[in-house]
Design a protein around this ligand. Sequence first.
Ligand SMILES: C[S@@+](CC[C@H](N)C(=O)[O-])C[C@H]1O[C@@H](n2cnc3c(N)ncnc32)[C@H](O)[C@@H]1O
Length: 227
Amino acid sequence: MEERGRGLRLYGRQVGHGGLRPSHKSAFERIYPALRLDDTGPCLDISDIGETVWLEIGFGSGEHLLWQAEQNLDVQMIGVEPFQTGVAKCLLGCAARGLDNVRLCAGDGRSFVERFPDESVDRVFVLHPDPWPKWRHAKRRLIQPQFLNSLSRILRPGGELRIGTDWPDYSCWALRHLLVHPAFEWRAKTAQDWQGRPQDWPETRYAVKAKKEGRRDVHLSFVRRAR
Ligand SMILES: C[S@@+](CC[C@H](N)C(=O)[O-])C[C@H]1O[C@@H](n2cnc3c(N)ncnc32)[C@H](O)[C@@H]1O
C-alpha cells in the first residue's frame, strides 16, 4: 500500500488472510478510540501524555510492548504497527491488563516518527524487523539512513535505541549503518553485551522460533549522543 504523498511503500501484510475476525474488529471499535494517537496532521501533540516516552516500532502482536508497559507504569509506551491483526491483539492485551500507559497507531512507523517533536522520546525499540534476506530486497528493510536520521532527531540526548534481530545478516546491516551514524554510540565492550539477553528485554515469539531453528538472538543498544 502506498502512503499518500510520501512515496513510502509498505511491504508485508496489513490484514491477515480472510480479513479481521469479529473480535478484532470489535477491539478496533471499542478500545482503539481511547488509545489511538491522533494519526492525522503533520505534528503529534504528546505534550500531555507523560514525562518518559518509549516508542516501539513494528510491535507485532504487542508481546514486548505489553510487558514493558506492565513493568514500567510510569512510562508512556507508544506503539506503531501496520498489521491490523497485531494491533487488535495488542488492544485486547491492554484491555485485559487494564493498562492506561499505552497509546497506539495502526500505521507505518516511518511516516509516524516524522510527526514526533524533536527530542521527545527516551527510548525506541525495533525488535525483529522483517529481515528481507534477499539482497535485492535490502531496500525494504526498516533500518535505513533516513530512518535513523528521524530516530536521532526524536530521541533525547542520552536516550536509547534498541534493535533486536535473529538474522546475522541483519545485525551486520544494522551495525554497518549505526556505527557510521554520528548521533549514535554503541557502548558494547564484550560479546556478552550483545549476545546476552538483558533482564528487561523479554523474548517475543520470533526469538523463541529463532532459538528452535538454531539462530542466536542479538541485542543491540545504542545511545543517542549529546548534540
Ligand atoms: C518479524 S515481525 C516482529 C514483530 C515484533 N517486533 C516481535 O518481535 O514480535 C516484524 C513486524 O514489523 C512490522 N513492520 C513492517 N514494516 C513496518 C513499518 N514500516 N512500520 C512499522 N512496522 C512495520 C510488521 O508488520 C511486523 O509486525
